[in-house]
Write a protein that binds this ligand. Structure first.
Ligand code: KG4
Ligand code: ZN
Length: 339
């Protein structure tokens, strides 16, 4: 049988990415042009700058992906693109590039949910065994997603305020660290001890929802109160204490959900899945549970990329999901809409 080749495009935030995936699981090319340096001096992503970069980079990244995979557009079966969620202006560049490519080459167009992409990054590592649960922890999302089969997503818990990555970035800013703050806090946390008492938001009994804004405010207040007293708090201890709170809540809720739903795999997805403290705590928690397989993608597949969009796109393509040339960016796209 002929190999299935999906070209994926991702532009939802600050990475311009194009990838080509063979048979849903094999990376033929995975090109990511990061804009982090352009946003750093503003302390966060500036939407207008992101869009302009995507326009400038898109055709270069696309050609590079085709070259690296050593294929032409004639070999491609379908074009998968992030429809949402994300920054509307940024998403639009990817959606329009995908539409132009699909129209010019007469290829099917497959819309992909960004979080479905993060989840499917795991399928580039290991084949899925259902039912499974995905812990999604990114800059924009913190969710527990239950999957009974391919392409079917049920959100059983989500953040009520800040996403985990967002909390990391805001705490990093309070400690005068550059954007994105997650990796810096992670590094610093390993040099300190979690000696500062910070809250854990468990929410009501049995809830799989999350909340990180109280924790973020507690960190900011701790810093300000110390400043007013003319004291200094060791930033490494603050980072370690903050990380301990985030990790404890994520791991405890994920473990409880794994048990209640009786899943065979726990997938970890999104930029915060790159966090060393979280990876270590999950590995420790699930090391003695032989009936549940813990899957965490390598760092490069945790943060935004197009390999994950093409991997999810492959499944959506087989499910018969298609978009026509009226496809628009949808910054508030619901993941359950494709079920
Ligand atoms: O998934 P992602 O690349 O973009 C979104 O879809 O949001 O996630 C980016 C987020 C940022 O908030 C960044 O600070 C965080 O992931 N991040 C980390 C680490 N590496 C990236 N957070 C904690 N520890 C890390 N090592
Ligand atoms: Zn993402």
């Amino acid at each position: 049988m002929k190999d299935q080749l999906i070209l994926g495009i991702e532009t939802s935030c600050d990475e311009t990415a194009v990838a080509i995936i063979k048979n849903g699981r094999e990376i033929a090319a995975n090109v990511v042009a990061s804009q982090i340096d352009s946003h750093k001096r503003f302390g966060g992503v500036v939407p207008e700058i992101a869009s302009r970069h995507h326009v400038e980079q898109m055709t270069i990244v696309m050609e590079e992906a085709l070259n690296r995979a050593d294929v032409t557009m004639a070999d491609i079966d379908a074009i998968a693109v992030t429809e949402g969620p994300g920054l509307v202006g940024a998403l639009l560049i990817g959606v329009n590039a995908a539409k132009a490519l699909a129209f010019a080459n007469q290829k099917p167009l497959v819309p992909v949910h960004h979080i479905a992409g993060h989840i499917y990054a795991n399928r580039l590592v290991t084949e899925f065994t259902f039912p499974l649960l995905a812990l999604v922890v990114s800059g924009g999302h913190t969710e527990l997603v239950y999957m009974k089969e391919h392409g079917h997503f049920e959100v059983i818990g989500e953040t009520r305020d800040d996403a985990a990555g967002e909390a990391y970035d805001k705490v990093a800013r309070t400690l005068n660290m550059p954007y994105p703050g997650g990796p810096h806090i992670d590094r610093l946390a390993h040099e300190g001890t979690p000696a500062i008492d910070l809250p854990r938001a468990w929410l009501e009994e049995g809830s799989y929802d999350f909340s990180f804004s109280g924790l973020k405010s507690a960190v900011i207040n701790t810093v300000h109160n110390a400043e007013q007293r003319g004291e200094t708090i060791a930033p490494e201890d603050l980072a370690a204490s903050f990380q301990a709170s985030v990790v404890e809540v994520l791991v405890t809720k994920a473990k409880r959900a794994v048990e209640q739903y009786g899943v065979k795999q726990l997938l970890v997805a999104g930029g915060v899945a790159a966090n060393k403290g979280l990876r270590e705590a999950l590995e420790l928690t699930f090391s003695d549970q032989s009936d549940v397989e813990l899957v965490i993608p390598p760092l490069a597949l945790c943060t935004d990329n197009a390999a994950m969009i093409a991997a999810a796109g492959s499944v959506m393509f087989e499910k018969g999901i298609r978009a026509d040339l009226t496809l628009n960016a949808n910054p508030g796209l619901d993941i359950e809409i494709f079920n």
